[in-house]
Design a binder for this molecule. Structure first.
Ligand code: ARG
Length: 457
């Protein structure tokens, strides 16, 4: 396609290093859509004959139908999806195919295709994250009042509700979706018509092609448009952040599914066995989500490293933009689906959670708060008194709410029997009614608010 001034073809290695068709075939639908918008515009503007434009448009449909049925033919000599499609078009409709590339370069073509692809990827991820939120909301509602130990430093800290814990992830996913939506807004301008780098002398209509492809308008600077991959970096940034959240959730599932915790039993569908240890029920999917997040973050780094030193405008390094985006997208889509399936099907062992919440002196803060409220004790002193109470409880191997009143009063006479009202884990969570707190009533409100926000999407 570009060999006019070349006497010899490329070496085999040159051909191989140059070819992107093995991976950019994934852009074929976007490439066809971009070409159809372009050729319709060329016809409407009288830049090419209306009849030629119509023939090319139909020919592109034929090529698309062929790709859909048989896949994209991989021919390294044709380099990339743009050239493969043009060659296929020429086979289908003859030399008139050569008019398609008028007032266009592969530089604005690929920039347009890739934006379209990333836009679809964002929409797919958004739908997946929406389904994950749905699963979190449903399980949170079910467990709005079920007590579990809340941790800091992975040490039992204060009792919380499982519903509250799950809704914490709902918040993270909401922010992730916000980042994807934000990236999508900035992405949605059309590079087509920027041509190789400088624009074109043909009387093209960039507003028309932008509108035909669902963009909000054309990009404003041709040099920037062909060398900008911010949209891909932003996609990967949002993907990395989302993967980071999924990884934290996955890590909790790994911990919760361990025998010492026993907080969750994964369903048969979401665990694997061991080939040597028959008792094993391994949380492989959660571990792989945790593992995949590292690779996704790596994809972001790879693209940033590719882009950081490039002068304007297009350089072939930029062909390396696609593999990390494709890889990250596939890993993220799988990770989202896996976490959604695990959340939906997990059996939460609320009995275990409660037992551990009750055994870790998790209501010590409630005792200190009670001393402040009912005894007028300064918090620091109350903290000290409570420390002595916990020590006594440990010595007697009793939970706080079963320590006899004499023991409590021996430590501080300002304590009376009313204190037992706050020492149970249920009383503790029920009291945490501050906005955003763990009390079941607040969790149910959060669930309702999340449902309403989702209904308004
Ligand atoms: N396959 C190329 C890419 O993905 C298309 C653009 C090629 N442009 C060029 N001037 N060689 O970036």
């Amino acid at each position: 396609m570009w060999g006019g001034r070349f006497a010899e073809g490329p070496s085999a290695v040159m051909r191989e290093i140059n070819a992107s068709i093995p991976f950019d075939q994934r852009l074929w639908q976007q490439d066809i859509a971009g070409s159809k918008a372009h050729v319709a515009m060329l016809g409407a503007q009288g830049i090419i004959d209306a009849a030629d434009a119509a023939a090319i448009g139909e020919g592109l449909d034929t090529v698309a139908a062929d790709y859909a049925a048989n896949g994209v033919p991989i021919d390294l000599a044709l380099e990339d999806i743009h050239m493969v499609t043009e060659a296929r078009l020429a086979e289908a409709i003859g030399p008139v195919a050569g008019r398609l590339h008028t007032a266009r370069s592969r530089n604005d073509q690929v920039a347009t295709d890739f934006r379209l692809w990333v836009r679809d990827a964002i929409d797919a991820v958004d739908a997946g994250l929406g389904a994950l939120q749905h699963a979190l909301i449903a399980r949170a509602e079910q467990h709005a009042a079920d007590v579990m130990p809340g941790f800091t430093h992975l040490q039992s800290a204060q009792p919380v509700t499982l519903g509250h814990h799950l809704m914490a992830y709902h918040e993270m996913v909401a922010r992730d979706r916000g980042r994807f939506a934000d990236a999508r807004r900035r992405l949605n301008l059309c590079p087509l018509g920027s041509a190789a780098l400088a624009g074109t002398g043909f009387a093209i209509d960039r507003d028309a092609t932008a509108a035909a492809l669902g963009f909000d308008g054309p990009t404003r600077n041709s040099l920037d448009a062909v060398s900008d991959r911010d949209f891909a970096v932003e996609y990967l940034t949002a993907a990395a952040q989302a993967a980071l959240h999924l990884s934290r959730l996955a890590e909790e599932f790994v911990i919760w599914a361990s025998q010492p915790f026993g907080f969750v039993s994964l369903s048969d569908q979401w665990s694997t066995g061991s080939s040597i240890m028959p008792q094993k029920r391994n949380p492989d999917a959660a571990e792989l989500v945790r593992g995949h997040s590292g690779r996704i973050i790596g994809c972001l780094m790879a693209l940033m490293m590719t882009m950081k030193g490039l002068p304007l405008a297009y350089s072939k390094d930029m062909q390396d933009d696609k593999p990390p985006v494709f890889e990250a997208h596939d890993l993220l889509a799988l990770s989202i689906a896996a976490m959604t399936g695990m959340i939906e099907s997990a059996t939460f062992r609320t009995d275990r959670m409660r037992a551990l919440a009750e055994s870790g002196y998790a209501t010590a803060t409630d005792l200190a708060d009670w001393l402040v409220r009912e005894g007028g004790v300064p918090f620091r002193e109350a903290h000290h008194i409570t420390g002595a109470v916990v020590k006594r409880a440990e010595e007697q191997n009793l939970p706080l709410d079963q320590l006899p009143i004499e023991d409590l009063r021996a430590i501080d006479a300002r304590i009376d029997a009313r204190v037992y009202d706050v020492l149970s884990v249920d009383a503790s969570v029920a009291s945490r009614t501050s906005f955003g707190g763990t009390a079941p009533v607040r969790v149910r409100e959060a669930v309702a608010a999340a449902r309403q926000a989702r209904a308004q999407e």
